[in-house]
Design a protein around this ligand. Structure first.
Ligand SMILES: C[S@@+](CC[C@H](N)C(=O)[O-])C[C@H]1O[C@@H](n2cnc3c(N)ncnc32)[C@H](O)[C@@H]1O
Length: 121
């Protein structure tokens, strides 16, 4: 609840209310509090199930894809800043908004490493 006390400041300064209230961002906070981590992960997972159902019903670009990684869904451990599991395609949804440009470049670089070489490239 304390993060709401920072709403005004965050709207004006484009900062994260959670970090203002708890010093760490939500993801770092969750690492130290398994209950928070589980609640957040369950929410993400439920929302992504709904999103993916809709996306798969109207987008056929994943027809040939055998392994699709959704970055930020923790069924495989590890940090996206260190490495991302190899896959035929990578989905990065609701992630870049949480990080600055340098971190986003790091995630994209790891996505690039995780994808197979393109033929004729
Ligand atoms: C807003 S959620 C989006 C999750 C998913 N892509 C989706 O659309 O449902 C951001 C996710 O990034 C994950 N995350 C935060 N820091 C991470 C890190 N260093 N490595 C991997 N995932 C991380 C969080 O656990 C969270 O599930």
């Amino acid at each position: 609840m304390t993060l709401w006390h920072h709403l005004h400041e965050c709207v004006l300064q484009d900062c994260h209310g959670f970090k203002k209230a708890h010093v760490k961002d939500l993801w770092a906070y969750g690492k130290d509090d398994p209950l928070v981590k589980n609640v957040v992960n369950d929410c993400m997972s439920t929302l992504t199930d709904l999103d993916m159902e809709k996306i798969m019903s109207c987008y056929d670009g994943f027809k040939e894809v055998k392994t699709l990684v959704d970055v930020g869904i923790e069924s495989v451990g590890g940090s996206m800043f260190d490495s991302i599991p190899s896959a035929d395609a990578i989905f990065v949804k609701n992630v870049f908004k949480d990080w600055d440009e340098e971190k986003c470049e790091q995630i994209l670089g790891n996505c690039h490493k995780a994808l197979p070489e393109m033929e004729n490239s």
